[in-house]
Design a protein around this ligand. Structure first.
Ligand SMILES: C[S@@+](CC[C@H](N)C(=O)[O-])C[C@H]1O[C@@H](n2cnc3c(N)ncnc32)[C@H](O)[C@@H]1O
Length: 273
């Protein structure tokens, strides 16, 4: 079970987490999501949580006292706890991060708002993470996205027989094309191999299409793929289908099969004569 604790001024924004798979995961006791409104920790009479920046400038910054007090008031962690600050200045959230977090016992998200937060709040966090290179009005949507990505990796959250391991980004590759019924939709056919029932060939086709798709859509990811020996023939085929692949041959050169040693054959008895 993973416990998510979200420090936010707007807990009502998180209602989407009470739908579908996330709802079922909570009902099944696989995850617990709780909210702390750090306005409750504001010390001023008017419960102010923000103030103007020293040195001037536009907007209001979250004050340190309420967030420090909210973190200090968290119960002792029952296991591994990570405190994560939502920030457009942090490391960009990726699938590997979701995987890493899915092995924690408690994740605490601090959601900023307004113009940002007092610099000293950064000290509270084990890490600072960004949803992407753009600026949101607050950390709530970013935290929701990250919670969703982590929850679906927790064992038992996806239905029996459903695996997150083949999803895009789980193994540096984009997922292969997927089809469901009908086999023929207005003349658009499902690739015959998928109807063949031949598991080994289907597996090969999928790997090849994943390699192709990653190369064509995300060359940045393609360069980081840990190719295996079985990829060698697929990549050689892809070179014939897309000339541009050839420029990357150095990436899998080490997988090239060694030329077969010629067996020393003794001359045919008749040749000796
Ligand atoms: C308007 S933003 C503040 C941006 C800040 N002035 C800056 O330039 O870094 C308000 C809050 O939204 C959250 N936020 C905005 N963009 C984000 C992103 N890309 N990823 C995660 N959180 C983000 C952060 O918690 C941030 O403190």
């Amino acid at each position: 079970m993973i416990q998510f604790t979200v420090l936010t001024l707007f807990p009502e924004m998180f209602t989407p987490l009470n739908e579908s798979i996330l709802k079922r995961a909570q009902e099944a006791g696989l995850v617990k999501i709780q909210f702390v409104n750090f306005r409750d920790y504001a010390i001023s009479k008017h419960k102010n949580v923000d103030d103007v920046p020293y040195g001037g400038g536009a907007g209001m910054l979250l004050k340190p006292e309420p967030i420090f007090a909210a973190i200090r008031d968290l119960p002792q962690p029952c296991g591994r706890r990570r405190i994560i600050l939502m920030s457009p200045q942090g490391d960009v959230f990726r699938q590997e991060k979701a995987k890493e977090w899915s092995e924690q016992e408690e994740l605490v998200f601090i959601c900023g708002h307004y113009e940002g937060f007092d610099e000293r709040i950064r000290e509270l966090a084990d890490e600072e993470v960004s949803l992407g290179d753009y600026v949101l009005t607050g950390g709530e949507l970013a935290a929701m996205v990250m919670i969703d990505a982590v929850v679906r990796l927790i064992h038992g959250v996806l239905g029996e027989g459903t695996s997150a391991e083949e999803d895009s980004h789980s193994n540096s590759l984009l997922e292969y094309p997927q089809y469901t019924r009908p086999a023929d939709f207005e003349g658009r056919q499902v690739p015959g191999i998928l109807l063949s029932g031949h598991h080994a060939l289907i597996k090969r086709w999928r790997r090849k299409e994943s390699l192709r798709r990653t190369f064509l859509r995300r060359p940045d990811l393609f360069k980081a793929i840990p190719f295996g020996v079985d990829d060698y023939p697929l990549l050689e085929e892809l070179i014939l289908e897309h000339e541009e692949f050839a420029a990357y041959q150095a990436l899998w050169k080490h997988l090239r099969p060694l030329p077969k040693r010629r067996r020393k054959t003794s001359p045919h008895p008749q040749e000796k004569q």
